[in-house]
Ligand binder design. Structure first.
Ligand code: DX5
Ligand code: ZN
Length: 217
């Protein structure tokens, strides 16, 4: 398991100044970059895809943490790897064959993440945990940035950490949605170690915001 990590979500960045803002987050010390890909089917919204990822690959060497909110993710994982993904997270709810998707991402040499939406029982991930590098517990309904943290998520994070500990796994647990400088400590204490933050990093002074998260790690 990695130590505590900040993964700023570029969904909340100013796309007209995307390169600059990514560089600023990188230089302030954010270890990952969270890249939300939405297809308008798995979630209502459409964000961006391969050309954008390929372009921003030139501005930072930080880990590209690609969060696929798309149906049938197995159709596209190879292309995401080729345009620069280091870690690929797919949704359990979005594929008919999670085992195969895990194996495919692994075969590409990427880190493997699986995500569950707030209403999916945490028990559903148990059989996959030992094959994953990271489990993403969504703390809002996926689809949009700037939503409020769902308080029931804290207990879900605790349950996944407990499950991983009981299985002897050094699993990364990522949280995504409504994580602010003020509630980061709550999710860290519950057992999460990879924090995604969009509006709380890119809304305002990026350097200061990143430093405020890192100070709590
Ligand atoms: C939501 C995305 C998130 C989003 C987080 O579906 O997966 O990564 O960008 O944004 P904030 O931190 O603003 O809730
Ligand atoms: Zn995300």
């Amino acid at each position: 398991m990695s130590k505590n990590i900040l993964s700023p979500s570029i969904l909340a960045a100013d796309f007209a100044r995307l390169g600059e803002q990514i560089k600023e987050a990188d230089e302030a010390g954010a270890q990952y970059l969270h890249i939300d890909v939405m297809d308008g089917v798995f979630v209502p919204s459409i964000s961006f895809g391969m050309p954008v990822i390929k372009t921003i690959r030139k501005v930072t060497n930080r880990i590209f943490d690609v969060h696929l909110m798309i149906v049938e993710p197995e159709r596209y994982v190879k292309e995401f790897k080729e345009c620069g993904a280091d870690s690929i997270t797919f949704h359990l709810e979005a594929t008919e064959d999670a085992e195969e998707t895990i194996a495919l991402i692994r075969s590409l040499g990427c880190r493997v993440g699986m995500s569950i939406k707030p209403k999916t029982p945490v028990e559903a991930v148990r059989k996959y945990l030992d094959k994953l590098d990271m489990l993403l517990v969504m703390t809002v309904e996926p689809g949009f940035g700037g939503q409020k943290y769902i308080p029931e998520s804290t207990e879900r994070i605790r349950q996944v950490r407990k499950m991983a500990d009981e299985m002897g796994l050094a699993l990364d647990i990522q949280v995504d949605g409504g994580i602010t400088i003020d509630n980061a400590k709550v999710v860290l204490d519950a057992g999460a170690n990879v924090i995604v933050a969009g509006s709380a990093v890119f809304g305002g002074n990026i350097t200061e915001n990143v430093k405020k998260y890192l100070a709590q790690f």
